[in-house]
Ligand binder design. Structure first.
Ligand code: ADP
Length: 699
């Protein structure tokens, strides 16, 4: 190291108490400079003679500069890539382009890189000649390492970000694809539904009409078979459509207030004919504490019941099928929400444990052989289970071969406070204290009936046979009414009905006969028939009527078969492009008692409405040139006030969720799905007529 620093320091730098003699002062300065953590290199003149470095300079540049011109030679210690930058800075300083250069450069130390900050300064004479150069160096490796880490982290984050963005992009693309896929799937379903239902409408509708014409026995049998097959095909199509809708997540539940009892009775009503054919008793019980009115998707709940009761009837050769609804144990899920437990019990063939494990899977039947006795797609239970799950519940089975099965499911529904039927109070007032002789051989049915009428305040004596009934009468016990099962073992209720009043003195005992739907009261007997499966409302109406109160139907429904003069004055227009469907609808309407004009598309509707006034228009949703929805929108535009325009009923073959909303949004007033059923058609017309009549009264 160059220790000749005698000329380096102005003497004024040292404090007065520093040694006075030059050698002492030099020693002090030397020790201070060498102690600095910063590397310092000072060079007299610009040419590199008389160069002095402190120890830190040597350490930080990893070289002993003794006897060397460090400032000129420093480049040799630098990383090859940084050498030109240092050389350029030195030149700039020497030519006077700058007085100071601040450089961050790498020293190459073996395989290692040391980051250093170099500060290069020139002092000049008044003429501009360089008198001396000063180079300081500090260690910035740590900072550089941090910077490097930061940069790497940033680069990593950026790379990650890129990947995330890429993934989001892909997910979005996939979502769009999936959307398109499910959109096209649901579109496909809608189209398929339409395409299949349209000809089905023709088959079922025409067969219905055919069955109302004079036919011989064989012809009637053939037509009946077509009808039953058509219905079966429609069920299968509906099942497949439903299943696809559920699978693609397209099934949305609707929400509306409904009476649980109506829902069960509605389902059992539809099963009545099948039960009658197999001579099975179909009963239901609604446990105490079950709210009367709830809010949820009544159609889907009914669908589950229909499936379970349908299966129960299918797999039960004799005995009974009992539906029971009760609040689930710990039933209140949240304020206003309640869990319900529904069970469908049968006395049928039962299911083996192995068979039970296969249930609820799509397309799975316990007997999967091609020679199997019972038909079906094996979709019903899979759909029902998924529907129950959509309604916040589950489904399971208990069964024993030869003994029967109980299918259970739970659902969560919103409860409606204070939703008891208004006529329960009326029932109590009217029926309270009346003594009833109840004769019914089926134990469950007898118990249910007794319970039901007791809740209305009646006092039943419930017996299971004709003998017991007659014995009860002979005791002289007083009854106000008798409810008799029309099919009693060994005898029948009709025979009993005849006997009941034979032994009586005084006014005859009013009789209610629990009979198969459509069964007539035989001659010589005065009785009122109440159809089985028994509906509480129907029983109440019959009892109420027996005790002098007329039936309390709120909307008078025009009897389907009896067309009155007013019917003829209701002007109907049907817009339907398909010729077969036109024929079906026109004939069904004729059958109910209405003449209809027919047009084939929306444009023709608008023209027809201009020509004359119609009360009700049926608008097919899909028609060429202008569809039903557009026609409805135009009519609303033309006649903004509802009473100015016809009552609009949509006809659709789609039956897809959302169609109803589409129709109502377009301004339609009602909605019927194809295949069109006579009863639905008649009821829809009646609804329309009731509203129109209401308007007339108001105005
Ligand atoms: P399917 O349309 O074939 O009736 P489901 O999914 O409704 O389809 O029923 C699947 C199978 O479960 C039936 O084929 C039958 O083997 C069995 N099963 C359903 N309900 C009952 C029942 N109540 N008693 C006996 N077996 C039943």
């Amino acid at each position: 190291m160059n220790s000749d620093a005698t000329a380096c320091g102005p003497t004024g730098w040292l404090p007065p108490y520093a040694p006075a003699e030059p050698a002492g002062r030099e020693a002090v300065l030397n020790s201070i400079l060498h102690a600095l953590p910063i590397g310092v290199c000072w060079q007299r003149g610009a040419d590199g003679e008389n160069c002095w470095c402190n120890e830190s300079f040597s350490r930080l540049t990893n070289r002993d500069w003794t006897g060397m011109t460090a400032i000129d030679s420093l480049a040799e210690t630098l990383h090859p890539e940084d050498q030109p930058a240092y050389g350029a800075a030195l030149t700039q300083l020497r030519v006077g382009a700058t007085e100071q250069c601040d450089l961050e450069l790498r020293c190459q130390v073996g395989d290692e890189i040391w980051w250093r900050r170099f500060l290069l300064q020139a002092n000049r004479s008044p003429e501009g000649r360089i008198t001396d150069l000063l180079l300081t160096v500090t260690d910035i490796s740590e900072r550089k390492q941090h910077q490097e880490e930061m940069r790497a982290a940033l680069a990593g984050a950026e790379a990650l970000n890129e990947q995330i963005e890429l993934a989001i992009g892909r997910a979005q693309e996939a979502a769009v694809d999936a959307n398109l896929a499910s959109l096209s799937k649901s579109q496909f379903l809608a189209t398929m539904s339409h395409e299949i239902r349209t000809p089905m409408n023709g088959i079922i509708g025409m067969t219905d009409l055919l069955l109302e014409t004079p036919l011989n026995r064989e012809q009637r049998d053939f037509a009946d078979t077509i009808r039953v097959s058509g219905e079966a095909l429609l069920t299968i199509i509906n099942d497949i459509l439903d299943f696809s809708k559920i699978e693609s997540g397209k099934l949305e539940l609707e929400e509306a207030d409904f009476f649980l009892r109506d829902c069960v009775e509605g389902a059992l009503d539809l099963m009545a004919a099948r039960a009658r054919e197999k001579q099975l008793d179909v009963l239901y019980e609604i446990a105490d504490g079950t709210p009367a009115m709830v809010r949820g998707d009544v159609t889907r709940l009914r669908q589950i019941l229909l499936n379970l009761v349908g299966n129960a009837l299918k797999f039960t050769p004799k005995g009974e099928v009992v539906v029971r609804i009760e609040p689930e144990v710990g039933g209140i899920v949240a304020p206003g929400l309640m869990g319900f437990h529904v069970s469908v019990r049968d006395t049928g063939i039962g299911i083996t444990p192995e068979g039970q494990s296969r249930l609820f899977q799509s397309f799975s039947q316990v007997d999967a052989s091609t020679t199997r006795k019972y038909g079906g797609t094996g979709l019903g239970l899979a759909i029902s289970k998924k529907l129950a799950e959509l309604m916040g519940g589950r489904m399971w089975v208990e069964s024993e071969v030869g003994q029967g099965s109980i299918f259970h499911f739970t659902v969560t529904l919103a409860t409606r406070p204070g939703s008891a039927r208004p006529n329960v109070a009326v029932a109590r007032a009217l029926l309270s204290g009346r003594r009833v002789l109840l004769v019914e051989d089926n134990d469950t049915s007898r118990r249910n009936l007794a319970e039901l009428i007791s809740r209305w305040g009646m006092e039943p004596l419930a017996v299971g046979s004709e003998e017991e009934a007659l014995a009860a009468l002979k005791t002289g016990r007083n009854f106000d009414i008798a409810i008799l099962d029309a099919q009693l073992p060994g005898t029948d209720g009709v025979q009993l009905a005849r006997q009941v009043n034979q032994h009586r003195s005084g006014p005859p005992l009013p009789l209610l006969l629990l009979a198969a739907p459509g069964q007539r009261v035989p001659e010589g007997v005065t009785a009122t028939c109440v159809a089985k499966p028994l509906k509480a409302v129907a029983l109440f109406e019959a009892l109420a009527a027996a005790f002098g109160r007329p039936s309390e139907a709120t909307v008078p429904i025009m009897p389907v078969a009896k067309a009155s003069a007013t019917v003829q004055t209701t002007k109907l227009l049907l817009a339907e492009d398909n010729l077969v469907n036109q024929k079906v609808a026109v004939n069904l309407l004729k059958n109910i008692g209405y003449q209809t004009e027919v047009v084939a598309n929306g444009l023709e509707v608008l023209a027809a409405v201009e020509r004359q006034t119609y009360d009700i228009i049926f608008l097919d949703m899909q028609m060429p040139e202008m569809d039903g929805l557009e026609a409805a929108r135009r009519l609303v535009e033309l006649y903004p006030r509802p009473e100015q325009r016809p009552w609009m009923i949509a006809l659709t073959a789609n039956a897809m969720q959302g169609d109803r909303e589409l129709c109502l949004d377009a301004g339609m007033d009602d909605y019927i799905t194809k295949p069109i059923k006579k009863v639905e058609l008649a009821t829809a017309i009646e609804r329309g007529r009731a509203v129109i009549a209401g308007r007339t009264v108001m105005s």
